[in-house]
Design a protein around this ligand. Structure first.
Ligand code: NAP
Length: 455
């Protein structure tokens, strides 16, 4: 497994994969740790979780630079990501107990209630795009709930994976409650099949999700899937064009466009289309790609050369099929994995840019004449992760958000963000299950019913 700096092209380090015997041994240790960890109180867990929050903040500069060197994220965003991880630790340290408290239900019995009990070791298969945040939003609720975890991180961010494992140790958690497995994706099947693994959560692409879910299904183990997205944003006739274009571009370019909840398709009312387009293209063109360590850089390189080339193929093929390239659409010279901010229009259903997720700084503009047409375009996708609406008519926005858009969340007059307090997840090809909030922490619990009759 190789970590390559996508800005310099240099190999940072080669990591030998763990053997099957090593993996099995680690899982045995983690299961043993579970047998003790599940008996600890929320207070004890919360002390460790708050230490973890403190460790993250103490080491944020160092941790952020590991991320930037392995996957190219601009340092400013990497620091923000570490701070968000600290926030999720604090959130679950403070709220896990109330989210998981027993719930009384009135029946004919003397007493009936629901108790939420941990299920054991959960496997987390995670992507490289938010190498800390994706892991922490699993890790914090899982450990606070009394579960234990093993992490199979993306093969290009092993440095991040090992740094996270070390942080958990440094925070004073008992040995083996959370372990990293340096393995390739082919080894995931055997891990899911291991009897000590009770469930699996995957954040990643749709093919990876299908593969993991089918193995988990065949073993009757629960899975949660957070997959890709092609989030549509509706810009209605009465929208504030300046705000809408600014926030849409911010969302499209965050993390160099490599975000599942990045705004990807912009569906704009006919009356304001030309004005929005001019402002949107101007702001996309103003983005500064360069060294991710430099403070003036807006977007760094993509995480890997092969991913950058795949994105370019999607753009090039769409252009060949008749899409108009309003901006960008080319690979800059040099060894960094840059892609130029790109804006497309005249994209039709036959083109890759219409149906496929564009995981980089590439935006597609659509024009609509009626709201029905806008909703039809927005929902004409296999994905259903997030969506946005820009309008002054809040009543209409809420109606479209609730009844119109097929998505796991809709943000009105803002772009979609994950927040520890709110459930996060998708529908359709974007997966199932939820992370974060009270809903997320209950995903990997035994929702146990207890009925007491006094005779
Ligand atoms: P990916 O190729 O699916 O990889 C994600 C993880 O799954 C990696 O650890 C990868 O391991 C592993 N993996 C890949 N194929 C697998 C298989 N057949 N069986 C088991 N494990 C497998 O995705 P990515 O390119 O890293 O990440 C980008 C994708 O993630 C995008 O589609 C993005 O939208 C999605 N994403 C979704 C969310 C969300 O919350 N919904 C958040 C972030 C990203 P290797 O690295 O060893 O191949």
């Amino acid at each position: 497994m190789q970590s390559i700096n996508p800005f310099s092209g240099e190999t940072i380090r080669n990591y030998p994969e763990y053997t099957s015997a090593e993996v099995e041994q680690i899982i045995v240790h983690v299961d043993r740790a579970f047998q003790q960890w599940k008996l600890t109180s929320f207070e004890e867990r919360s002390v460790c979780m708050k230490n973890l929050q403190a460790k993250l903040l103490e080491k944020k500069a160092e941790l952020a630079s590991v991320m930037t060197s392995e996957m190219g994220k601009v340092l400013r965003e990497a620091i923000g990501e570490i701070e968000k991880c600290a926030l999720v630790c604090a959130f679950y340290a403070e709220n896990a107990e109330s989210f998981l408290k027993n719930e009384r239900i009135k029946t004919e019995a003397s007493e009936s209630y629901i108790t939420y009990q941990p299920i054991g070791t959960v496997l987390a298969v995670m992507p490289w795009n938010f190498p800390f945040w994706q892991v922490f939003r699993f890790l914090a609720p899982a450990l606070m709930a009394g579960n234990t975890g093993v992490l199979k991180h993306a093969s290009n961010v092993s440095g991040c994976a090992l740094a996270i494992e070390q942080l958990v140790i440094d925070a004073g958690f008992p040995e083996n409650v959370f372990r990293t497995l340096l393995i390739g994706s082919k080894e995931v099947k055997a891990v899911i099949e291991n009897p000590f693994i009770k469930a699996v959560t995957l954040t990643g692409s749709t093919p990876a999700g299908k593969s993991v879910a089918s193995v988990a299904g065949s073993m009757l183990k629960k899975s949660v899937l957070e997959l890709g997205g092609s989030d549509p944003y509706l810009i209605l006739e009465d929208a504030n064009i300046e705000t809408a274009s600014r926030l849409c571009v911010t969302s499209r370019l965050l993390n160099a466009g490599q975000s599942c909840i990045g705004a990807k398709r912009f569906i704009v009312a006919d009356q304001i289309y030309d004005q929005f387009k001019a402002e949107f293209v101007r702001l996309m063109a103003a983005a500064n790609y360069g060294d991710p360590l430099e403070p003036q850089t807006t977007i760094g390189p993509l995480a890997r050369i092969d991913l950058r080339d795949e994105l370019h193929q999607q753009v090039a093929k769409s252009r060949e099929m008749g899409a108009t390239v309003l901006l960008g659409g080319f690979i800059p010279e040099g060894k960094a994995a840059f892609y130029t901010p790109t804006v497309l229009e005249n994209v039709v259903p036959e083109m890759p840019a219409y149906h496929e997720e564009l995981f980089g700084p590439v935006a597609v503009l659509y024009r609509f004449k009626t709201e029905e047409e806008a909703i039809r375009i927005a929902n004409d996708t296999v994905f259903g992760l997030g969506a946005g609406i820009f309008t002054a008519d809040i009543a209409k926005a809420k109606m479209l958000a609730e009844k119109g858009l097929e998505a796991g969340c809709v943000f009105v007059n803002d772009f979609v963000k994950s927040d520890p307090r709110l459930p996060f997840g998708g529908i359709k090809g974007s997966g199932y299950g939820r992370e974060l909030s009270a809903v997320g922490i209950r995903e990997f619990m035994n929702v146990k019913t207890v009925v007491v009759s006094i005779n």
